[in-house]
Design a protein around this ligand. Structure first.
Ligand code: EPZ
Length: 420
């Protein structure tokens, strides 16, 4: 079993560059199935989730070329319309391939997507199936597989009863080549959605309103390919900024987009954390003697992202006073706080969505298992500020979303090694 081993308490500083956004890159890959000529992707992060999506793209008949800085994706003339369980069971985002399949061939067969332990048990996909049904898709579930079919996707008016990032992106993709004009309401507004819409429009789609709650898509007959550069990963940026705060480090974060982190940076200002920002960098400067406790509530973008809740929870174990963390999006995302308690944190779980943290408490290293991507990186942050040694196994869950994370953290002073 490969592990990360961290010796805590080492001084952190210097400069770290941010990679391309995982949650845009793994949508650009299925979206390339919509284009009838090559899509050239730059700044794609070299992470497990992207590798899985590229494997799935090839399994469906697509071709993938790596040329140094670029990944060139070419869709097949005939697309395979079955998502193999070996891929779909590993990757929740495999569901993003269904909309392009329906748009290109009118057919899709797939299992319930697996791969992500957060959320209630098996994460629901009702927003996807209801959305496709609104576009005239017949849906049957038999022998453990969803069977979807339609002669031609039809435009629809669709209201998301729950704000969903991938639900919004999926319906946006499906509507690009549907007959007529589709209106999507109560959409998610993440920057990755705006970036995907911009790319699809560069390919010839007619999407307006991405980044607002209402998106309108006028169907076109086909999409060409276009070059696209993946936007900086705001979650990696926020994770590094929170690591710096937890370690009281003077750290410069480069190749990022500070404007995508208003929620975190505004809270930092309220807490008295001093930093400067430029067009593509954040310089963490100094911290109050006593980092104050803060009551956090996660919220869809532009609110505080659920994907930064776990790192922020680690920071609150070092804050002075009582903090309430209210995770509004997922039922199980706070379960990892058990491990922080084992490291010495004082955390009480009130219900599946809320914990109360009494700080500050010194943390001591432990052997831990990473349950999900963001909890995993949070354990690295905890290990980096704890006394003694922390071992983290199941690091696939971390390498899914953070490219060469041990190498990059070592370069800013974290004593972390990858060992068999
Ligand atoms: C995206 O997941 C991100 N993943 C998640 O990041 C992120 O945490 C999440 O959005 C929220 O911001 C990708 O973009 C690949 P949702 P997504 O659909 O779209 C419920 C990470 O760590 N729901 O917005 O799958 C669902 O249960 C990952 O990078 C339904 O009820 O999340 C949840 O409570 C983790 N029915 C809520 O919506 C559905 O059909 C929001 O989930 C779909 C979702």
């Amino acid at each position: 079993m490969i592990k990360f081993i961290i010796q805590g308490g080492k001084p952190i500083g210097g400069e770290i560059a941010v990679g391309g956004a995982k949650n845009e890159a793994i949508k650009l890959i299925p979206a390339a199935l919509l284009s009838n000529s090559p899509v050239i992707v730059r700044n794609m992060p070299d992470i497990e989730d992207c590798k899985r999506c590229l494997e799935l793209f090839q399994d469906l008949g697509g071709t993938v070329e790596h040329t140094g800085e670029e990944v060139i994706l070419t869709a097949p003339a005939e697309i395979k319309t079955t998502l193999e369980p070996k891929f779909a069971n590993k990757l929740r985002a495999s569901i993003m391939f269904v909309a392009p399949m329906l748009a290109r061939s009118g057919k899709a067969v797939f299992p319930h997507p697996g791969g992500c332990v957060i959320g209630a048990g098996i994460r629901p996909i009702d927003l996807f199936t209801d959305g496709f049904a609104s576009m005239g898709v017949d849906i049957d579930f038999s022998d453990g597989l969803y069977h979807l079919s339609t002669k031609k996707l039809k435009a629809c008016n669709y209201f998301f009863t729950t704000v969903s990032v991938t639900g919004t992106e999926s319906m946006m993709m499906a509507a690009t080549m549907a007959e007529g004009t589709t209106t999507l309401k109560n959409c998610a507004m993440e920057p990755e959605i705006q970036a995907l819409a911009e790319h699809l429009n560069n390919c010839g789609a007619r999407i307006t309103g991405a980044g607002t709650p209402t998106i309108t898509i006028e169907g076109v007959t086909g999409l060409a390919g276009a070059p696209v550069s993946v936007i900086p990963d705001r979650l990696e940026t926020g994770t590094f900024a929170i690591l710096a705060a937890a370690a009281r480090a003077k750290l410069k974060i480069t190749r990022c987009h500070p404007g995508h982190l208003d929620s975190l940076l505004t809270i930092f200002k309220k807490m008295g954390i001093i930093f400067e920002t430029g067009p593509d960098w954040i310089q963490m400067i100094s911290y109050p003697e006593k980092i104050p406790a803060y009551n956090l509530k996660t919220h869809e973008y532009p609110g505080f992202p659920t994907d930064l809740q776990s790192p922020f929870t680690v920071l609150m174990t070092q804050a002075h006073g009582t903090s309430l963390i209210h995770e509004t999006i997922y039922e199980r995302r706070l379960l990892f706080t058990d491990m922080l308690t084992q490291m010495g944190a004082n955390i009480t779980m009130c219900d599946p969505h809320r914990v109360v943290i009494q700080g500050p408490t010194p943390l001591h290293g432990r052997s831990l298992t990473s349950p999900d991507l963001r909890a995993g990186i949070s354990m690295i942050i905890a290990g980096a500020i704890a006394s003694g040694k922390t071992e983290i196994d199941n690091i696939y869950q971390i390498e899914r979303g953070y490219e060469q994370i041990d190498t990059r953290l070592r370069a800013i002073g974290v004593d972390i090694v990858r060992s068999e």
